[in-house]
Design a protein around this ligand. Structure first.
Ligand SMILES: [Ca+2]
Ligand SMILES: [Ca+2]
Length: 464
């Protein structure tokens, strides 16, 4: 079959012609951790990081910058501190003959944030293997996904089935690295007779209906998934180019408006279920496994998630008196609670991604103070676990994927006892705090020496 006017071929030709990459865009807004320039000088700045993932309708091409351009300026008009993130920054054919017309898109190379994850021509199964890498380098708070047209157009009903299943896997891969991400999934735009995909256009409503149902199944309190319904909005005659596939300038504006409203809802936390009155940490004392004296187990806990790095041994330990004072049998080590503790041991190597975390079923609220406390233990030298030294620690409190308070080695416990460290943060002290985002806490070792160990116990969270 001759494939003309597909999301793949026409644009790939342009892409090949384009060749050269443009200079990277510099987002006009601040980055997390840098001070904002608002009325609280020096306050940490939380800019919501939005990652647009999709095919050519997200990448843009043929001189059209995609819905991202009007969306960006709609968000600016709403006064939102946002940043588009992604590892890509060009439209198809940019640097060729298809640079966005400066009369129509005057701010394309200046105040527009061009970063994206749009891949012209790709199906869900082709984007899926790229996800872990681009999320690792550009952690999003919100993923805006418009993907699946190439699946349905090229493969009909099997494209529907595989497309939906791959979207679920894409969400899973993002959550693997950014567990509190909000997902906004757009329904697919109509397909016209300008494209050979039109032979499978009857499967579009099947895909869109299945997507509408699936987002309900995929959504969790920690990581909401919502539909951005383009169906009532778009029609072929006015919003799609003659190629039958791509949004024209009018279509892009329409899509941007509905995506803007969905993003505002996400940023304001209204996609999340109501907050629980009293947030509480589960398994605060790591006693679930019921270990006997000197026993160590790497079995999973119910509510704490362990890292999977092979250089780190994460588990629960019932220390003996050769590790901590007063730890004989089922007694409580000095400064700890109960008889079991969380144990992080390093076989040698980087512990920086070795976070043990717990996401709470509660969200960050304005005008409140949050305090996270934990006891940190340094084992006695010559202990029977065979660990030779203390491994240090870092503790963090997060809202969404954002660190809102952090402490690294503020306390050095005396060998043989536990000492507590605490983080306290009031949302009023955070400029543009990620309100509405789910809270989580996490812990890790801080030093990379082989044979080191750090134990944690008695986790406490208070809010007032
Ligand atoms: Ca305990
Ligand atoms: Ca013991």
């Amino acid at each position: 079959m001759k494939r003309t006017s597909t999301l793949t071929t026409g644009l790939l030709v342009l892409l090949a012609l384009a060749g050269v990459q443009c200079a990277r865009s510099s987002p006009p807004v601040g980055v997390p951790g840098e001070a904002c320039t608002g009325d609280r000088p020096g306050a940490p700045c939380f800019v919501m990081r939005i990652m647009c993932i999709g095919d050519s309708n997200t990448q843009g091409g043929g001189g059209l910058p995609s819905f991202r351009y009007p969306l960006w300026f709609d968000l600016q008009d709403s006064g939102r501190l946002v940043e588009f993130v992604g590892t890509r920054f060009s439209i198809v054919g940019e640097n060729g003959t298809s640079v966005p017309n400066p009369d129509d898109y005057p701010n394309y190379y200046t105040s527009f944030d061009r970063d994206h994850e749009g891949y012209a021509g790709l199906r869900t199964d082709e984007v899926l293997p790229l996800v872990s890498q681009f999320v690792a380098s550009q952690t999003p708070d919100v993923c805006l996904i418009l993907l699946g047209t190439n699946d349905v157009g090229q493969r009909g009903f099997s494209g529907v089935q595989d497309g939906i299943s791959n979207l679920e896997e894409i969400i899973g891969k993002v959550r693997g690295q950014a567990p509190a991400t909000v997902f906004l999934l757009a329904t697919l735009p109509p397909i016209g007779s300008g494209s050979w995909y039109v032979a499978n256009a009857d499967f579009l409503p099947v895909f869109n209906n299945l997507l509408e149902f699936s987002v309900l199944l995929w959504s969790t309190p920690q990581s909401p998934v919502a539909l951005v319904d383009l169906r009532p909005l778009l029609n072929l005659a006015t919003d799609i180019l003659p190629d039958g596939l791509h949004l024209n300038a009018v279509g892009q504006e329409k899509v941007a408006l509905v995506m803007h409203d969905a993003l505002i809802a996400a940023l304001d936390g209204s996609l999340l279920p109501p907050t629980l009155a009293t947030p509480s940490l589960q398994e605060p004392s790591f006693e679930t496994l019921g270990l006997i004296d000197q026993e160590h187990s790497t079995l999973s806990l119910m509510d704490w998630v362990y890292p999977t790095q092979s250089n780190l041994i994460t588990g629960v330990f019932n220390p003996g008196s050769d590790s901590y004072q007063n730890a004989e049998g089922a007694q409580t080590p000095v400064g700890a609670e109960g008889d079991e503790v969380l144990s992080l041991e390093n076989l040698g190597g980087d512990p920086s991604l070795g976070w043990v975390y717990q996401v709470l079923p509660t969200t960050l609220e304005s005008g409140k103070t949050y305090r996270f406390e934990i006891a940190v233990g340094q084992r006695l030298p010559g202990n029977s676990r065979g660990t030779t030294a203390y491994g240090g620690y870092e503790m963090q409190l997060l809202a969404g994927n954002r660190v809102i308070a952090s402490s690294i080695n503020q306390v050095t416990p005396v060998p043989g006892i536990f000492e507590s460290d605490m983080l306290t943060v009031n949302t009023a002290d955070l400029e543009s705090a990620p309100l509405g985002a789910p809270l989580s806490v996490r812990l890790r070792q801080s030093w990379s020496d082989a044979g080191t160990a750090t134990d944690f116990d008695w986790a406490r969270l208070s809010v007032w």
